[in-house]
Each structure stands twice: as structure tokens, then as C-alpha cells.
Design a protein around this ligand. Structure first.
Ligand code: IVH
Length: 671
């Protein structure tokens, strides 16, 4: 590929990736499979690495992040980021309408939108390119979080259509509830505390230093306010419609997320509709925003120190109900963490019957002085499980007793401990507490870990009760004839189970590592560890410092891993798993490697070849033990020069005394 071809291909791929992104995130209408999309993106990434001079400033590859920001710069807002005055009832809105009409001297057109409960963002665009994204901060100045915002796929990096040269667009970034739920589940799975609500979680994610992590988090966004000196239209609605044509995700009328009304009654209808329909959204809203549509009128109405006089927020009351707390029970997680649970008199809340609510931890109970028998207020936030947010003290029964938090595990009676700085109590009886034992096995067999088919929680319960298994390694000793003796196990389920166990021996090392259930070692961390250390022995021999050297592994994770591996019982489990044939080293290379003739050698591949595609050539190098790199340096051993290789590469290779091979010479080396 010559320079011209590379430039063309990069432009073509950028366009394709951008278009598919748009179809996926804005139109919810994917045109190609995830796999094909990844192929396009990978090709673009590789080409950009090889020809950085052609990589666009806002290339779609920026979505995957990679920049680490040490400190976010403070930026002064060109237009201050104001807040909205709030209203809570119809009277407040009628007052607002009358104030506006009086000033306008005529009937006024309003727009209605949702009030997104996320993190406010102001994004500047210059010449159709995302230039800077800044948080609200104190309203006058905020933090420059551009690199993180660039990873959010609902926010365009490059605009289409007839956009103004310079403008700012504001909106809200948030976690879809489904993503937030999954995030909390995986946190809980590795012993991390659950995040309190989607808004705080989004705010925390946007302040992360490593944009690669932000990229993996699937944040979403709606944009709802265009500002600038040369906007095409003089009304809010028209500018939003225009913004949609430039590639922004804006609230659309067709999705009932936006409406215009000439009367206050229309506004009430919009509010009524969303006051119940909000329960079916995949994101949180906390109200409705009403704005004067016409920009001239907006200007006339002006601003108070804090908020515009041309807009108002109608805030929904948090959906809250009062019900009796019958009993406080305690759940034990697979890591031994104790969670207190409020067992409630069943009650309807936001469309579902609620019987249980989370009490989080001992501090939470103490803070509200929550007691059995109390009438408590229950609220539904972004969490699927509602939470107790207050107590009706006036209705407290006369014989009520303060809650005494348990001091022993409800399952195994081991004394609980509370580590300094942690909110939760823990049962430390890892190998004797039935709930922890079963929880660890359930985690081990789960889809993202060993993915053992034919084995569910009920079967684990049964096998544990029958003393067939007491830890996950025991799964590999199960015998057909024993299982067949069990009441509920027919031949078919026994075969499925044993086949599932057998198949799991092929599960790659990184997932085996995750399956071990080491606190704080989740899916991503396991991948990083496996990639870095390559096999279990290397991890077992690593010092704490060596563990800390791995990308993204901090003290908390490293200590948890290190001390897990100090325990005799864990080493025994690992040794047993090894002896049953589970994967304890990464396989990719070892498996496909044909020869070791290129061991330790680095290659740069450039140009077009007769008998290989470039990717084939690279794979061949790896199969023979070599490593591919993108650009020539002192450390490069060989440059494989194809047709149409640029002269600059050749010169560089010559000056650094890198051996240049033709396709023919390379093939001869392979023998
Ligand atoms: S318009 C000058 N529209 O609510 C006012 N704000 O409490 C410009 N918000 O600062 C804001 N949804 O962070 C507007 N559809 C919406 C909104 C919205 C959420 C946030 C925004 C604002 C805050 C005010």
C-alpha cells in the first residue's frame, strides 16, 4: 500500500466506522454485526499506527480511549452554565406562564423536554470537529474532560451537514439503567461496594484518569441546548432539529421526548404522561424542563443571577411510599460480605410490588435509627432494589427496640469482622460457611467464568447438601454412578453436567483466574494479569511490587491477590485444578506457534505482497515466534519490504541498520 492508498483507505474506514456508529447509537439500527464493526475499527487502528500522518484528529478510533490525564485543566465557560429554577406543582407553572406572558405581551410557545438526571456537559465544536468538553464545575469554570467525552459513542466527534463554524452544545451524560445494573453486579461479584446511584456513578466515571476505562463503560448522552453567535435559527426547537442533522442525539418529538405547546394545558399533559411513563425509560429523569421556544423572547426575558427567566424545571417527587418494616434479615455474599435487608409489608411502588429493600450496612441503619416494626419510607432510585430512606418516628410502636446489628454470621455463626475504612461487616469463615462455599461455586460455574452448562444454583445446592462438593475443585471429581443415585438427576442431566465440566477444561486461563473468585479480581483485571504474567506460576511467584507493576492494578487489588495466594487452602485448590487439566497459562501463541525460529525477533511489515495479505504475513511471523511492531526503531530486527513501500521507511531501516527482507527472502527463511 503506498501513501496515497493508505490515506484513502484511512478516510474510507473513518467514514464507514462513523456511519455505523451513528446507525447503532443514534438510530438504534445497526447495519453490520459487532464482529464486522470490530474488524473495520481494528484495520483503521492498524493503519493509523502505521501512517500516523493520516490519522484524523477526531478519528473514530479515539472512542477506545487510551489517553491518561494526570490532572483535568480548568476551563472558563464562554457562556456560564446556569441552573434552572424549580417548581413542584401546577400553581408554580401557572405563575411562571403568567410572568412570561406579561413580559411578552402575547401568547407564548413553550417546549417541553425531560430533565435528564445525569452529569451536565458543555461541548464546543470548531469547524465540525469536537474541540473541547467541559463539566459544569461552579457554573463559571469547569474541568476539561475532552478525552473522556470522546469515548462516548452517542457524542459525535465529527459533524455532518450544514453546521456553524463555532458553537457549543450542552446536554447530560448518564448511565443507562441496564448498564448501571450490570456494572453494580460485576462490582458486587468481586466484592466491591455497589455504586449508590447512576448519576454519581456517571460523575465518577467521567473523572477517571484513564480514558480507556471510560470507553469500556458505555455511558450515554442526550444534548438539549445549542449556544453560539451564528446559529441557523431563532428558536430552540429549530436549532435542536438542525443539531440532529449535524449528528447529535437530541430529544425527538417522534419519540415523545420533545413537544411544543401554546398552552399550559399541553404542558400538564406532557408532565402527566411522563410522570408514569418514566418508569419504562432505561435512564433516570427527575422532572420536565419547560423552555420558551423563541430566542428573541428568551433574550427579552433574560436571566437572574442563577437561572434563565425563560425556563423552569418541574421536578417529580421521588417515588416514595410508606410501609411497615416487618423484619431485618442479613444476607451473606460469596465474599463473606453481610448485607442487611428490610423485609417489608408488600406495597406498590413505581409500578411494581416491593417486598424487600436494601439497608446497605450498619451505618445506614444507625443513621436513620431504623428498627423492626417501624413505618419506613421506601424509594426507588436507579437501583432495581429499592432503598429505605427514612423512618416515620411519629408512628413508632411504643415497645420498639433499637436495632442491634448482628455480630455473628447468620449462616455459620462465625464472629463478624469489620475492616477499618470499609462499610460492610464480613464473615471470615471462607471454607466453612455454607453460603460462601455455594456462592463461590456458583461464581466459578457462571457464564463469564467457567461457563459450565448443565449446572445451576439448585444443582449446586443439591450436590453440596449430599456432600459431593465442598469447593469448586470437587466438581472435577464427580462420578456418573454417584450422581445417578440422586433423586432429581436423570441420565440426561448427569451427562450434561459431566460434559459441561469436561468442556470447561478448555476455558482460557484469564477466565479460570476470574473464576477463582479472588476479591477485586474481576473480568478486566483477570485479563490484564493473564496477559502480563502469561501463566499461574508467574503470578504465584510474583512479589507485591511486581503485581503493582501491571497496568491498572492498584494496591487494593494487588494486596487482595497476593494474600489470596499466600493461603495454603487456595494453593491446594489451584494445584488440584491444574491436575484436572484446567488452563493455567495463556494459549494463543503456544497453540498456533509452528516454530520458534523468530523467537525474540521484531518485524515491521510494509507494502503490498504477492503471496500474502499483510495480515497473513503478520500472523505467520507470530506463528514462528516473532513479534510485529508498527514502526521501525533501533530495536527492529527485520523490515519485510513489499511492493510500493514508501522510500522513507527504507531510508530509516537502512540508517538504523535494520535487515531488509524481500517477500522471497522471508519465505525462504520459513523453510
Ligand atoms: S436546559 C440555562 N434542558 O438540569 C439552562 N437542562 O437544574 C440550561 N438538565 O443545568 C439547561 N435536562 O444540567 C436543560 N432538558 C434539559 C435538561 C437540563 C437536565 C439539567 C442541566 C441543568 C440542570 C438545571
Amino acid at each position: 500500500m503506498d501513501l496515497f492508498q493508505a490515506q484513502e483507505r484511512i478516510a474510507e474506514l473513518s467514514g464507514q466506522v462513523q456511519r455505523h456508529n451513528y446507525e447503532y447509537y443514534m438510530n438504534d439500527n445497526p447495519q453490520i454485526s459487532d464482529y464486522d464493526f470490530d474488524q473495520l475499527l481494528t484495520e483503521l487502528q492498524q493503519l493509523e499506527k502505521e501512517y500516523p500522518q493520516f490519522a484524523e484528529e477526531n478519528s473514530p478510533t479515539k472512542r477506545v480511549g487510551g489517553t491518561v490525564t494526570k490532572k483535568f485543566e480548568t476551563v472558563v465557560h464562554q457562556y456560564p452554565m446556569l441552573s434552572l429554577s424549580n417548581s413542584y406543582n401546577q400553581e408554580d407553572l401557572i405563575d411562571f406562564d403568567q410572568r412570561v406572558q406579561k413580559l411578552a405581551g402575547k401568547k407564548v410557545e413553550y417546549t417541553c423536554e425531560l430533565k435528564y438526571d445525569g452529569v451536565a456537559i458543555g461541548i464546543q465544536y470548531k469547524n465540525g470537529q469536537l474541540f473541547k468538553a467541559v463539566t459544569r464545575g461552579d457554573g463559571t469554570k469547569g474541568d476539561d474532560i475532552t478525552e473522556n467525552v470522546k469515548t462516548i459513542r452517542a457524542i459525535p466527534l465529527k459533524l455532518t451537514g450544514d453546521y456553524p463554524d463555532e458553537f457549543e452544545i450542552r446536554g447530560e451524560i448518564f448511565y443507562p439503567l441496564s448498564v448501571f445494573k450490570a456494572l453494580n453486579e460485576s462490582r458486587e461479584d468481586i466484592g466491591e461496594d455497589r455504586l449508590a446511584n447512576p448519576r454519581n456513578a456517571a460523575s465518577g466515571t467521567l473523572k477517571m484518569k484513564d480514558s480507556k476505562v471510560v470507553s469500556s463503560r458505555k455511558l450515554d448522552s442526550y444534548l438539549y441546548y445549542v449556544l453560539g453567535e451564528d446559529l441557523p435559527f431563532k428558536s430552540h426547537e429549530e436549532n435542536l432539529v438542525a443539531a440532529a442533522s449535524w449528528g447529535f442525539k437530541v430529544p425527538k418529538e417522534s419519540e415523545k421526548l420533545f413537544a411544543t405547546y401554546q398552552s399550559i394545558e399541553g404542558i400538564f399533559e406532557f408532565i402527566n404522561y411522563w410522570s408514569t411513563e418514566r418508569n419504562n425509560l432505561n435512564f433516570e429523569i427527575d422532572g420536565i424542563v419547560i423552555k420558551v421556544n423563541d430566542y428573541y423572547l428568551q433574550e427579552e426575558l433574560g436571566y437572574t443571577a442563577k437561572s434563565p427567566r425563560w425556563a423552569i424545571a418541574y421536578k417529580f417527587k421521588a417515588e416514595q411510599v410508606e410501609t411497615r418494616l416487618n423484619q431485618i434479615t442479613y444476607q451473606v455474599g460469596r465474599t463473606g460480605a453481610i448485607t442487611p435487608v428490610a423485609n417489608l409489608e408488600p406495597i406498590l411502588l413505581a409500578g411494581t410490588t416491593v417486598k424487600r429493600a436494601s439497608l446497605h450496612n450498619a451505618d445506614q441503619i444507625e443513621k436513620f435509627d431504623i428498627r423492626e416494626g417501624d413505618l419506613v419510607q421506601v424509594e426507588k432510585g436507579g437501583e432495581i432494589i429499592p432503598k429505605v430512606v427514612g423512618v416515620n418516628l411519629e408512628e413508632r410502636p411504643p415497645n420498639s427496640q433499637p436495632t442491634e446489628y448482628i455480630s455473628q454470621c447468620p449462616e455459620c455463626e462465625t464472629n463478624l469482622i469489620r475492616i477499618e475504612g470499609e462499610a460492610k461487616h464480613y464473615c471470615t469463615n471462607e471454607t466453612g460457611c455454607p453460603t460462601q462455599i455455594k456462592g463461590k461455586i456458583t461464581h466459578f460455574i457462571s457464564r463469564k467464568a467457567m461457563d459450565i452448562d448443565g449446572l445451576g444454583e439448585e444443582t449446586i445446592e443439591l450436590l453440596y447438601a449430599e456432600k459431593f462438593i465442598n469447593n469448586y475443585a470437587d466438581l472435577y471429581t464427580l462420578q456418573e454412578e454417584d450422581l445417578l443415585k440422586l433423586d432429581r438427576m436423570a441420565q440426561k442431566s448427569v451427562s450434561n453436567l459431566l460434559q459441561g465440566v469436561e468442556n470447561s477444561k478448555q476455558i482460557p486461563f484469564e477466565r479460570v483466574l476470574f473464576a477463582l473468585g479472588i476479591r477485586y479480581v474481576g473480568e478486566t483485571v483477570s485479563k490484564k494479569l493473564a496477559k502480563y504474567f502469561k501463566n499461574m506460576d508467574a503470578i504465584l511467584n510474583a512479589t507485591l511490587e511486581e503485581m503493582l507493576a501491571v497496568d491498572e492494578i492498584g494496591e487494593k487489588i494487588a494486596e487482595s491477590l497476593f494474600f489470596f495466594l499466600q493461603k495454603e487452602e487456595h494453593l491446594e485448590l489451584i494445584n488440584r485444578l491444574k491436575s484436572y487439566g484446567l488452563q493455567f497459562e495463556i494459549v494463543e501463541k503456544e497453540n498456533t506457534q509452528i516454530s520458534t525460529i523468530f523467537d525474540g525477533k521484531t518485524f515491521v511489515v510494509s507494502g503490498v505482497f504477492e503471496n500474502f495479505s499483510r495480515n497473513d504475513l503478520k500472523k505467520t511471523i507470530e506463528d514462528y515466534g516473532g513479534k510485529n511492531v508498527g514502526s521501525i526503531s533501533k530495536k527492529t530486527d527485520y523490515l519485510i519490504a513489499g511492493d510500493k513501500m514508501g522510500p522513507a521507511k527504507k531510508e530509516k531501516a537502512e540508517s538504523l541498520e535494520v535487515t531488509i527482507l524481500s517477500e522471497q527472502e522471508f519465505t525462504e527463511m520459513l523453510g
